[in-house]
Design a protein around this ligand. Structure first.
Ligand SMILES: *[C@@H]1O[C@H](CO)[C@@H](O)[C@H](O)[C@H]1NC(C)=O
Ligand SMILES: *[C@@H]1O[C@H](CO)[C@@H](O)[C@H](O)[C@H]1NC(C)=O
Ligand SMILES: *[C@@H]1O[C@H](CO)[C@@H](O)[C@H](O)[C@H]1NC(C)=O
Ligand SMILES: *[C@@H]1O[C@H](CO)[C@@H](O)[C@H](O)[C@H]1NC(C)=O
Ligand SMILES: *[C@@H]1O[C@H](CO)[C@@H](O)[C@H](O)[C@H]1NC(C)=O
Length: 340
């Protein structure tokens, strides 16, 4: 496999470094364009929308995908209550939990497992939690830029005590920031992003993602539908499955980013559009879709538990609401709670 071919890496890196500083690259925004018209929101979705296949030209660009068993390493940046960490760990552990109730997180990841590299190897169905690092005292301050995020990762993998392991082929690094931390572009249409670290900064090329807790700063933007934006009057938020709007909102963004990291770790594998600077990836295509009928600004059909909380999949001991991802075999968004 030509996984980490230095030549292709250098080309990709040069291309991408030169653009990174000009354009925000990979971003995520759960909410479509602003509108004041709730009726319009509901009617814009047709029963079978779920992402339109007509306009989507998702292509494979010959780069690697994560075919080796995946290990997710977490950096907890800022103050993280134990209960919050537990919810996030259990979500990650649920991805490969075969014995959970259907519809399950395991079933959700099956769609990601449909993507292959040029050798025909599928993305691994085995995702496990790796090591964790606390950066409680905010080593790089309360405001991070896209580049200083990489310095936080560097600090974690080069720490004198218990550094995070360096595993470029199977490791994914998640930088999770607490609700009092601001990362460049956070809340301005961005709830998280993924990329890979530069050898010049970190010493290695490691696929990573940042996801912020939007609980205080912009839940209507990044924890929808557990909170709704102020500009849409009359739309009611739904109850979150783990009783924390910020964390439950993060779960879907974490799912979004992990799915894209696995299918496009070096931003040269699976994406739509001509432009590697603004690739539209397998989760971007299904932004805001959580169930059958979803599309436009309608989330699609979700499930309710006995306490009235909304979810669409079961994990270990918990329920989660996670957006769907693009299924390139059938050419529409797919999720484990699909009704057909
Ligand atoms: C949203 O707005 C952008 C810029 O105004 C426009 O290009 C895009 O087509 C709009 N999307 C939808 C779904 O209306
Ligand atoms: C929505 O309505 C408010 C108040 O009526 C108005 O100020 C705002 O410009 C409207 N926004 C859009 C996108 O139409
Ligand atoms: C809202 O959108 C619907 C469907 O597009 C339309 O019939 C209705 O007139 C709109 N209402 C307002 C107040 O603009
Ligand atoms: C990958 O994970 C599967 C399922 O958990 C396991 O059976 C297999 O031995 C693992 N392979 C490696 C190389 O660790
Ligand atoms: C691997 O991907 C192919 C092509 O999408 C798919 O047909 C096959 O079912 C996948 N295998 C697994 C184990 O998911």
């Amino acid at each position: 496999m030509t996984w980490w071919s230095p030549a292709s890496l250098v080309t990709t890196l040069t291309l991408i470094i030169s653009f990174l500083l000009i354009h925000p690259s990979i971003a995520w925004r759960p909410w479509p364009n602003q509108t004041n018209n709730t009726t319009d929101l509901i009617f814009r979705s047709s029963k079978k929308y779920e992402g339109s296949s007509e306009f989507v030209k998702l292509r494979y660009h010959m780069g690697p995908v994560l075919t080796a068993n995946i290990t997710v390493h977490i950096i907890w940046y800022g103050t993280w209550p134990k209960a919050h960490k537990r919810i996030i760990r259990e979500f990650i552990n649920s991805i490969s939990a075969t014995n959970t109730r259907s519809p399950s997180v395991y079933g959700w990841w099956k769609t990601v497992g449909l993507y292959t590299d040029q050798t025909g190897s599928n993305i691994s169905r085995s995702v496990r939690l790796g090591e964790e690092k606390n950066d409680r005292l905010l080593s790089h301050g309360k405001t991070l830029t896209r580049l200083s995020v990489q310095s936080v990762i560097k600090a974690a993998v080069t720490a004198k005590t218990k550094p995070l392991p360096i595993s470029p082929k199977s490791g994914l690094y998640l930088l999770l920031t607490s609700e009092d931390v601001y990362v460049q572009d956070f809340c301005q249409n961005v709830c998280g992003f993924h990329y890979f670290t530069f050898p010049s900064i970190v010493g290695y090329t490691l696929p990573y993602a940042w996801i912020g807790n939007s609980g205080k700063l912009c839940p209507g933007m990044c924890a929808y539908p557990f909170a709704v934006p102020d500009y849409i009057p009359g739309l009611k938020p739904v109850k979150s499955p783990n009783s924390d709007v910020g964390i439950d909102g993060m779960i879907s963004v974490i799912g979004h980013e992990i799915a894209e990291l696995a299918s496009n770790p070096l931003v040269n594998a699976w994406y739509a559009g001509q432009d590697p600077v603004a690739p539209v990836e397998i989760a971007d295509l299904c932004e805001g879709i959580y169930g059958t009928g979803g599309g436009g600004s309608y989330t699609g059909q979700m499930l309710s538990d006995r306490d009235g909380a909304t979810y669409n999949m079961h994990g270990i001991r918990r329920r989660f609401l996670v957006q769907w991802v693009w299924n390139h075999v059938v050419n529409y968004c797919a999720g484990p709670n699909a009704l057909d």
